[in-house]
Design a protein around this ligand. Structure first.
Ligand code: PAF
Length: 283
């Protein structure tokens, strides 16, 4: 596996491969890699000649300083994991390499996809995500880029950015990878206390019940029902639960038959914030 830390070096390496018409699959990450990331890499390997993974904890997408400081950094283990799945290229830039001395976000208009859920509760988050993903796309110039559906709002926002800025990259969403007990894989899971880790599968159990009830109960009733369920869980504090149109991410109260919906949730397990979502359409 080749490892690059500067833009100049990786650009020059990848441009020689592009000249040979090799297709590039790209998996951007913030490190602390787990099986969910590896599943994205496997997908990318199936469809591209080579796969580039970036590991960069992007400061501009964190609204809380302590969250950035406490974000797990496990680069030795990440490198081992990437080698074990035969990743071709690791891009590991420093903050200075990406931002020079100006660690700020570009402002984006994502046509309203950014205002609710993560956008409402994490100020500036999606400008930070847009800034780093656009910058990385410019450096790597991938043919395809892979993102997990756990961050479904992020996925839709990146698709919107690519369309609006006419970037020449195909954005691929990949299904959520879960632990055996249903908890969505996340780098943050390693920071849960044992008690919170044991309580956390309740999130997905509840989402599965919402999926079952959807249709018989409307979104308004289900939102109330979910909030009541979490009242019985002293270790989990619900931040938001929302049923929204998959395309526009606009919350709905009463569903319409020609639309596809998804349920979204954010929960605090102690001071660790966990998100999850589930598709509500049954095909
Ligand atoms: O989903 C993530 O890990 C990050 O938001 C991303 C896409 C790598 C941008 O920093």
């Amino acid at each position: 596996m080749k490892i690059f830390i500067t833009k100049t070096e990786i650009k020059s390496y990848l441009s020689s491969l592009k000249e040979q018409n090799k297709s590039i699959g790209f998996v951007p990450t913030m490190g602390a890699l787990h099986q969910g990331h590896l599943s994205l890499i496997k997908k990318a390997q199936q469809k591209n000649d080579l796969v580039v993974v970036s590991v960069f904890v992007n400061p501009t997408q964190f609204d809380k300083k302590e969250d950035l400081i406490n974000y797990p950094k496990t680069i030795e283990n990440d490198t081992k994991l990437l080698k074990s799945v035969s990743c071709d290229v690791l891009f590991l830039p420093s903050v200075e390499e990406i931002y020079d001395n100006n660690v700020t976000s570009e402002r984006f208009d994502f046509d309203g996809l950014e205002h609710q859920m993560e956008g409402e509760f994490r100020e500036g988050h999606f400008d930070g995500v847009g800034t780093i993903v656009k910058t990385l796309f410019e450096i790597i110039t991938p043919n395809k880029a892979y993102f997990g559906e756990k961050d479904f709002q992020q996925l839709q926002i990146i698709k919107k950015m690519v369309a609006k800025h006419r970037l020449d990259v195909k954005v691929k969403g990949c299904p959520i990878f879960r632990e055996e007990d249903g908890l969505a894989m996340s780098s943050r899971n390693t920071r849960l206390t044992e008690a919170h880790r044991n309580a956390a599968p309740f999130i997905y159990e509840t989402l599965k019940k919402v999926r079952k009830k959807f249709g018989t109960n409307n979104a308004l009733e289900l939102t109330e029902w979910v909030k009541n369920q979490f009242k019985k869980q002293p270790l989990l504090d619900i931040e938001y639960f929302m049923i929204a149109d998959e395309k526009t991410l606009k919350p709905t109260k009463y569903q319409e038959s020609d639309k596809k919906y998804r349920a979204f949730i954010a929960v605090f397990a102690g001071n660790i914030r966990l998100i999850d979502n589930i598709s509500l359409h049954k095909d």
